[in-house]
Design a binder for this molecule. Structure first.
Ligand code: AHR
Length: 503
């Protein structure tokens, strides 16, 4: 049996939980947009062609902000193609995913869909094949009321009020050799700085995200952040982090500890940003937009899914349609714990992605929409985590991993909402074969009582929800909780994720 002890004190806050931590990402990639959120011929489509069953699931998931339209896609995207009369919109090659983009869904349609799901738009500009002028044009189109060529064009296209987009990404993964227009840190840092200054000249209220590394495994990681921020520190508000994890060579122990890597990644980027702050003698602090994170079986894409051929550019092909197991969802829930543990510096995040493409929601054309295993930790965390993230004191048994050395078997974070007097505790047990008994010291939470305890686990850690068996796995009430004098004891099954709600 694994044991762990946790002390929670609402007076020790890491920082406020920004609702933007529960953002997601919709890219024009595979069946995320077409045959995902949008399928006009579906029996449940609304008058704009959006699937209402998907809208309901996105609302249930509790997504605050949605990053759009890419991703790698944005680095070859001409935003003008996606506005105006649909019949006149061009079909374009999407080089990132070797597909055809019909532009049937564009900025106006996507914004209307966001109104239906109640989420905020976060737009990316193309700094791959385009530059400062096109970013300014898009900003004029979206944020200026009227009376100029591009704002009036928006009005003519049916949107009288400005879109008022606040969050903007200055390109996507510009450190990656696969990216159209990939640049050195020097070149990108200068371009990002020029673009940011120009955008702020037009609209000083925008919040700007400069590209960090596309992963901590990149050979330029660390130096990329330092050089880019040296150029753009004063011009931006956030630096991005991206991280994807997958089980490799059957090494479950390392995979279950993926959040350790995320913790270290965040702490390294914070250190680098603060180094540039010190060198610049700046008063300003740059925070992190963790705008792509998930479990992703990238090897499967590289070896099986990848499309090729000069006359083979399908519309909405099945790409990156990973089916997630309980094991994946436990790792995923732990990544959410890592984001919350760093809530002081990670103030925006986007789960990549939302529908069909490495997604918590899957759909079948003309058929059902269902929840993957990863849906459950995201939905529960986004609903429960409010107020402040707390600095929990954790003592846990540990184990050896090949990838990260010795790590704790139990990981946890808590949040406390002073308005509702509600405390939530999120925990994982990384042990593959033993229960973890966790004792939570609540002496600072006078007379706390348990409202709810839900766990995600299964005898079969490879169990998944599929088209044929859509409700195979889900949350289960955790009935092991024992309330003592100033403590709560909970038993976590092997490979499990748990959320406790205390009043
Ligand atoms: O989310 C899938 C892809 O992963 C994105 O397009 C890209 O930014 C990242 O490499």
């Amino acid at each position: 049996m694994v044991t762990a002890r946790l002390t929670i004190d609402p007076r020790s806050a890491v920082g406020p939980v920004n609702p933007r931590l529960f953002g997601s990402f919709v890219e024009h990639l595979g069946r995320c947009v077409y045959d995902g959120i949008y399928e006009p011929s579906h029996p449940l489509a609304d008058d704009e062609g959006f699937r209402t069953d998907v809208i309901d699931l996105v609302k249930e998931l509790g997504v605050s902000t949605v990053r759009y339209p890419g991703g790698n896609f944005v680095s070859g995207f001409r935003w003008e193609d996606s506005v105006g009369p649909r019949a006149e919109r061009p079909r374009r090659l999407d080089l990132a995913w070797h597909s055809t983009e019909t532009n049937e869904v564009g900025l106006h349609e996507f914004s209307s869909w966001l109104d239906k799901v109640g989420s905020e738009l976060m737009l990316a500009v193309n700094l791959g094949t385009r530059g400062v002028q096109e970013a300014l044009d898009l900003l004029e189109y979206t944020n200026v009321g009227s009376g100029t060529a591009l704002s009036d064009q928006r009005v003519t296209n049916g949107k009288t009020d400005a879109f008022g987009v606040k969050m903007w990404c200055l390109g996507n993964e510009m450190d990656g050799p696969w990216q159209l227009g990939h640049r050195s840190a020097e070149d990108y840092g200068k371009l990002a700085s020029q673009t940011a200054k120009a955008m702020r000249q037009l609209d000083p209220s925008v919040e700007l995200v400069v590209c960090g590394s596309s992963g901590a495994q990149m050979p330029t990681f660390g130096e990329w952040e330092r050089v880019v921020l040296t150029h753009a520190y004063d011009d931006v508000d956030y630096i991005s982090c991206h991280a994807y994890y997958q089980e490799k060579n059957g090494d479950l122990g390392s995979f279950l500890a993926s959040a350790v890597d995320m913790d270290r990644f965040i702490e390294s980027v914070v250190t680098t940003a603060d180094h540039v702050k010190a060198v610049n003698r700046s008063e300003k602090t740059i925070n992190i937009s963790f705008d792509e994170w998930n479990v992703w079986y990238l090897d499967r894409y590289e070896n099986v899914d990848k499309i090729a051929g000069i006359d083979n550019w399908p519309v909405a092909p099945r790409l990156l349609e990973d089916a997630y197991s309980i094991l994946d969802a436990v790792v995923f829930g732990n990544l959410l714990i890592s984001l919350l543990k760093h809530a002081d510096r990670v103030t925006s995040a986007s789960l990549a992605q939302l529908v069909n493409v490495i997604a918590p929601i899957m759909t079948e054309p003309g058929g059902d929409a269902w929840r993957q295993t990863t849906f459950f930790p995201f939905a529960l965390t986004s609903h429960l985590a409010a107020g402040s993230a707390l600095e929990v004191k954790l003592e846990s048994d540990s184990y050896e991993t090949d990838a990260y050395g010795r790590v704790d078997l139990v990981d946890a974070v808590a949040t406390h909402d002073a308005h509702s007097s509600r405390t939530s505790v999120f925990l994982v047990n990384r042990s593959q074969n033993e229960d973890a008994v966790v004792t939570i010291d609540l002496s600072t939470l006078n007379g706390a009582s348990l409202l709810d305890a839900q766990s995600l686990w299964d005898e079969d850690i490879q169990a998944k929800n599929t088209l044929e068996d859509q409700e195979r796995v889900g949350l289960k009430p955790n009935e092991s909780v024992v309330i003592g004098d100033g403590t709560i004891t909970v038993t976590l099954p092997p490979v499990s994720w748990t959320a406790l709600t205390l009043a």
